[in-house]
Ligand binder design. Structure first.
Ligand code: SAH
Length: 219
C-alpha cells in the first residue's frame, strides 16, 4: 500500500515537472509561479477517475457543469496579474475546485474568493486548507457583486466569462489595481486586463480564451 502511494507520488512529481517544462516552452517566465505549480498537487483537485490526466494541458470537468482551467491559462493569468509586482489583497471570482485559489494563495498575502455553487466551494475550502494554505477567505455568493466588505483589492481574477465587465468589480479595484477577466460568449471570448489608473480604467485585450459562462444568482 505504502509502495503504491509512493508510486503515485513519484509519477505525479515527474508529470508535474513535465507540466512546468511545457509551461516554460509556452512562454511562462515567472519562476515563483512555476515553482508553486511544480509543488501544488493538481491531481487532488480533479475527480480520482481523471487524476492521471490532471497535468495535461487541458480543462477537465469538476462536476456541476464546471471545469478546472488548463494549467497554461492558470499560469498565464497569474503571470499577467502579478506582472507589475507582488500583490497584497486579491479577489477571485469563481473558486471552482480551488486550484487557482491555491496557486494565488501561495503568491499573495490574502485571497478572497467567491463562488455561486456552494458544494463546489466547500470541497475546495477543505482541500486548500488540507494543503496548509490558510490565507484564504471564502464567500458563497454571486460574484457579480464582488465582496464589498474587504474592498478595495489590488488584484481581481475572474475565472468565468461575463458578456461585459461587471461594474461592481471595477468599483472594488484599488487605485493602481489590476483585473484579469475573460469577456464574451462561448466560442468568442477574449482575455482582458483592466488597470485602474489616475486617468480611469484602461482595458487591454489579450488572447482568445474559453471559459464557462459567468452566471448570475446563487445555485
Ligand atoms: N478557478 C477555477 C475555475 C472554475 S470554473 C478552478 O481553477 O477550478 C469557473 C467557476 O466560476 C465555476 O465554479 C462557476 O460556478 C463559477 N462562477 C460562474 N459565475 C459566477 C458568479 N457570478 N459568481 C461566482 N462564481 C461564479
Amino acid at each position: 500500500m505504502l509502495q503504491n502511494i509512493q508510486g503515485i507520488g513519484m509519477t505525479s512529481m515527474r508529470t508535474r515537472e513535465r507540466m512546468v517544462e511545457r509551461l516554460e516552452q509556452q512562454g511562462i517566465k515567472n519562476h515563483k509561479i512555476l515553482d508553486v505549480m511544480r509543488t501544488t498537487p493538481r491531481h487532488l483537485f480533479v475527480d480520482e477517475a481523471l487524476a492521471s490526466r490532471a497535468y495535461e494541458d487541458t480543462a477537465l470537468p469538476i462536476g456541476y457543469n464546471q471545469t478546472i482551467s488548463q494549467p497554461y491559462i492558470v499560469a498565464k493569468m497569474t503571470e499577467l496579474l502579478l506582472e507589475a509586482g507582488p500583490l497584497s489583497k486579491v479577489l477571485e471570482i469563481g473558486t471552482g475546485c480551488g486550484y487557482q485559489t491555491a496557486i494565488l494563495g501561495q503568491l499573495v498575502d490574502h485571497v478572497y474568493t467567491v463562488e455561486r455553487i456552494q458544494p463546489l466551494q466547500k470541497k475546495a475550502k477543505n482541500l486548500v486548507w488540507s494543503l496548509q494554505i490558510k490565507n484564504i477567505s471564502y464567500l458563497y455568493s454571486d460574484g457579480g457583486w464582488g465582496w464589498v466588505d474587504h474592498a478595495p483589492y489590488d488584484g481581481i481574477m475572474v475565472t468565468a466569462a461575463p458578456p461585459e465587465i461587471p461594474e461592481m468589480l471595477l468599483r472594488q479595484m484599488a487605485p493602481g489595481g489590476v483585473m484579469l477577466i475573460p469577456i464574451g460568449r462561448a466560442g468568442g471570448q477574449e482575455l482582458q486586463r483592466v488597470r485602474h489608473t489616475e486617468a480611469g480604467f484602461e482595458v487591454e485585450v489579450l488572447e482568445p480564451v474559453s471559459f464557462v459562462p459567468f452566471l448570475s444568482g446563487k445555485q
